[in-house]
Design a protein around this ligand. Structure first.
Ligand SMILES: Nc1ncnc2c1ncn2[C@@H]1O[C@H](COP(=O)(O)OP(=O)(O)OP(=O)(O)O)[C@@H](O)[C@H]1O
Ligand SMILES: [Mg+2]
Length: 224
C-alpha cells in the first residue's frame, strides 16, 4: 500500500512538472510572438510615419509647422526606442547570444540607468554558459526580483551576486528596502512564478525578509 502511495505521489509530481513546463513554454512562445508582431506591425508603421514627417518638413512646412513637426518626429523616435526596449525585454538577444552573466550585467545597468536605485553586481564566474532552461529561469527570476524591489520596496541599493559555490550556482538578490511579511502580503503571480521556475530546474529558493529590514532572496541550483 505504501509503495502504491509513493508511486501515486511520483506520478502526481511528474504531472505537475509537465504542466508547469507547458505553461512556461506557452508563456515564452506568446511573448516571442508578441515581440515579433510588435516589430513587424507597430515598428514598421512608426518608421513610415517618421519618413512622412521628414518629407513634409523638407517640402511643404511653413514657419509655424516646422517646430511642431520637429517635435512630432522626436516623439516618433522616442516611440521607436520604447518598442525596441519592449522587444529586447521579451527575450533579450544578449541572453541567447552571450549567456546569463552578460544578460544579468545588462539588466543591472538598465535598472541603474532608469531608476534612482544603485545596483551592484558581483560574480566569481566568467565566460561560462549554463543549460538554456537554467539561463532563462535565472534571468526571469532576476527580472521579477528587480521588478518587486523597484515597485514595492523603496530600496536605494540592490546587490546581486552570482557565484559558483562548490558546484552549486547561487544567485543572491538583496535590497535595502522596507521588507515585508511573507504570511501577510497578497501573493501575486510574481512570487508564485518564482517558486515554480525554481522547482522546474530542481533548485531551492529562500527568502529572508522582515518589515523595515530589506529582503534577501537566495536561489541555489546544482550546476551539473
Ligand atoms: N522586495 C520587496 N520589498 C517589499 N515588498 C515586497 C517585495 N517583494 C514582494 N513584496 C510584497 O509581496 C507582494 C507579492 O509580490 P508578488 O511579486 O507576488 O506580486 P506583485 O508584485 O504585487 O504582482 P505581480 O508580480 O503579479 O505583478 C507584493 O505586493 C509586495 O507587497
Ligand atoms: Mg511581483
Amino acid at each position: 500500500m505504501i509503495k502504491n502511495q509513493v508511486d501515486l505521489r511520483k506520478l502526481h509530481d511528474e504531472k505537475q512538472t509537465d504542466l508547469l513546463n507547458a505553461v512556461f513554454e506557452t508563456q515564452e512562445n506568446e511573448r516571442k510572438r508578441l515581440a515579433e508582431d510588435l516589430h513587424d506591425s507597430v515598428g514598421q508603421v512608426l518608421s513610415a510615419i517618421k519618413l512622412n514627417l521628414h518629407r513634409i518638413d523638407k517640402n511643404c512646412a511653413g514657419e509655424i509647422a516646422e517646430p511642431l513637426l520637429a517635435d512630432t518626429r522626436q516623439l516618433a523616435d522616442e516611440c521607436i526606442v520604447e518598442i525596441r526596449n519592449i522587444i529586447r525585454n521579451v527575450l533579450p538577444p544578449v541572453l541567447t547570444d552571450y549567456g546569463l552573466l552578460e544578460a544579468l550585467e545588462g539588466l543591472c545597468v538598465k535598472v541603474q540607468e532608469t531608476t534612482d536605485v544603485k545596483v551592484t553586481f558581483k560574480k566569481n564566474l566568467t565566460g561560462i554558459r549554463f543549460k538554456p532552461e537554467m539561463e532563462l529561469a535565472f534571468y526571469r527570476i532576476a527580472q521579477e526580483l528587480f521588478s518587486n524591489a523597484i515597485k514595492h520596496s523603496g530600496a536605494s541599493f540592490i546587490h546581486l551576486t552570482l557565484t559558483n559555490d562548490s558546484g552549486w550556482l547561487v544567485m543572491e538578490f538583496k535590497d535595502n528596502g522596507k521588507g515585508f511579511n511573507m504570511d501577510l502580503v497578497n501573493h501575486g503571480f510574481g512570487l508564485k512564478n518564482l517558486q515554480s521556475r525554481v522547482q522546474l530546474i530542481n533548485g531551492k529558493i529562500n527568502t529572508y525578509t522582515k518589515p523595515h529590514n530589506g529582503t534577501i532572496t537566495i536561489i541555489r541550483v546544482l550546476m551539473s
